[in-house]
Design a protein around this ligand. Structure first.
Ligand code: RIB
Length: 298
């Protein structure tokens, strides 16, 4: 069984489905409201578990109703939670999300996620040592992200760094990640580059290998000199929230099959994830992923 460790955020997603996004000072009537489990770390953990991996999560929750609900949800998905701290004096993270015409707008309040520490990563060393891959994103403190990348590198375990939400990162430890997985906009921010610059040129300039996500256009990756394109899988989009998380999880789970196979499967898993409402709603099981791969030539 593939073993994955995820270091990242856990949020309760407060999702409003609306006919369109609101402007400043405006009030409109929404169509539906729901609270669902989310957070980039938790989403990647759940997506990897549904794809058949043994998954452990390193993170933090508040000692509140959302925290208890989120912990129960993750346990029900068979995610190992020994390294998820429960902070008595903090709220759990939340994300206020508006979904309109398949697109989303998100405001994250990190709360407990802002207190995930490098010491927690060190505490999970024995799990990381035995992992096939480690996933980390940027909704937790940067020194914890750095500690994850450095520890994975030291132990020879591939770390996939999903630089979302994006900020410019120091080259000295960015180059220690096995892959960085931004979208086009995030790649420009990550490298402190002009967002108008061609993404293939930016990929060539990155200090570590890039797997670039492009929504329904699929993904680009670079093994040798020139970036290679993997086409996207056509689906009807209900909610794109969590598509990137599903992509990253599948990339980690199937990395041992080689990058081209892993990227193809990641594109297929991400496509399935957008067909239902909620970040974790559409995340496929291994059977569902294999069914899509079996009936398409993409
Ligand atoms: O990537 C999607 C996630 O981003 C949502 O679940 C939300 O919690 C935000 O963290």
């Amino acid at each position: 069984m593939t073993r994955i460790v995820v270091v990242g955020s856990i949020n309760m997603d407060l999702v409003t489905q609306a006919p369109r996004f609101v402007g400043p000072g405006e009030t409109i009537l929404g169509e539906r409201f729901l609270t669902v489990s989310g957070g980039k770390g938790a989403n990647q953990a759940v997506a990897a578990a549904r794809l058949g991996a043994e998954v452990a999560l390193v993170g933090a929750l508040g000692d509140d109703a959302f925290g208890r609900q989120l912990r129960a949800g993750l346990a029900a998905e068979s995610v190992q939670l020994d390294h998820v701290a429960q902070l008595a004096d903090s709220a759990s993270g939340t994300a206020s999300i508006t979904v309109a015409a398949g697109e989303n707008q998100i405001i994250v309040v990190p709360a407990a996620n802002a207190r995930v520490t490098p010491a927690q990563v060190e505490g999970a060393r024995s799990l990381i040592e035995r992992a096939d891959a480690v996933l980390v994103q940027m909704e937790i403190p940067l020194d914890t992200v750095e500690a994850t990348v450095r520890l994975g590198h030291r132990l020879g375990v591939p770390v996939i760094l999903n630089p979302a939400p994006a900020q410019q990162l120091p080259t000295d430890w960015l180059q220690l990640a096995r892959y960085v997985t931004p979208n086009q906009h995030e790649l420009a921010i990550l490298l402190g580059a002009d967002s108008a610059e061609d993404f293939r040129a930016l990929m060539q300039r990155s200090p570590c290998p890039v797997v670039l996500t492009r929504g329904d256009d699929g993904a680009w990756y670079r093994e040798q000199a020139e970036p290679i394109h993997q086409a996207g899988f056509a689906v009807e989009v209900v909610d794109s929230t969590g598509a990137g998380d599903t992509f990253n999880a599948a990339l980690a789970v199937f990395l041992h099959e080689g990058l081209p196979h892993a990227v193809r499967k990641a594109c297929a898993a991400a496509a399935l994830s957008v067909t239902k409402l909620g970040a974790q709603g559409g995340m496929p099981t291994l059977q569902e992923l294999n069914a899509l791969l079996g009936r398409t030539t993409v």
